[in-house]
Design a protein around this ligand. Structure first.
Ligand code: GTP
Ligand code: MG
Length: 137
């Protein structure tokens, strides 16, 4: 079955939304393969978002992603990458569809509650960034 990688970002953790978001993920048919609370260092966040290093918001993004703990998870479902991006909604919560995680829990494009991998290849890279093989079930 296909897998994707997600992070519940610092704003979602700060606001106490871990349980509600994981419940919605499970209710939408995803199986949790790996799960942990962790805190990205500046070096971690810079590397994870290297693809955005030339964007004007890169510094702000690194500050945001390192300001508190996150929940990292690997999720399994048929068509996991695309279905999860549908479940989380548009990058900017103002554009996100009703009922999506970002519509429900995100404040702004800069603090958008949740990450979802954008390809099978990136899902594998991002999963390996955060988890050892023995942490995947
Ligand atoms: P991810 O699932 O987190 O990768 O989001 P995405 O794929 O919907 O968006 P993208 O990969 O283009 O951007 C990565 C992250 O950078 C976003 O989720 C936001 O947290 C942040 N970001 C994107 N655009 C902006 C912006 O214009 N301003 C700020 N402050 N942050 C942004
Ligand atoms: Mg992205």
């Amino acid at each position: 079955t296909d897998r994707t990688f997600t992070m519940l970002k610092p704003d979602a953790v700060e606001k106490g939304h871990i349980g509600a978001i994981l419940d919605k993920i499970n209710a939408s048919g995803f199986r949790i393969v790996a799960l942990k609370l962790t805190h990205m260092t500046t070096q971690d966040a810079k590397a994870f978002y290297e693809v955005h290093s030339e964007r004007p918001f890169y510094g702000e993004l690194v500050e945001y992603m390192t300001r508190g703990p996150i929940v990292a998870a690997i999720l399994e479902k048929e068509n996991a990458v695309d279905d999860f991006r549908t479940l989380i909604g548009a990058t900017n919560p103002a554009d996100a569809a009703e009922g999506t995680i970002r519509k429900l829990y995100a404040a702004s494009i800069g603090e958008n509650a949740v990450h979802g991998s954008d390809s099978d290849e990136n899902a594998a890279i991002e999963s390996a960034f955060h988890f050892a093989g023995r942490e995947m079930f």
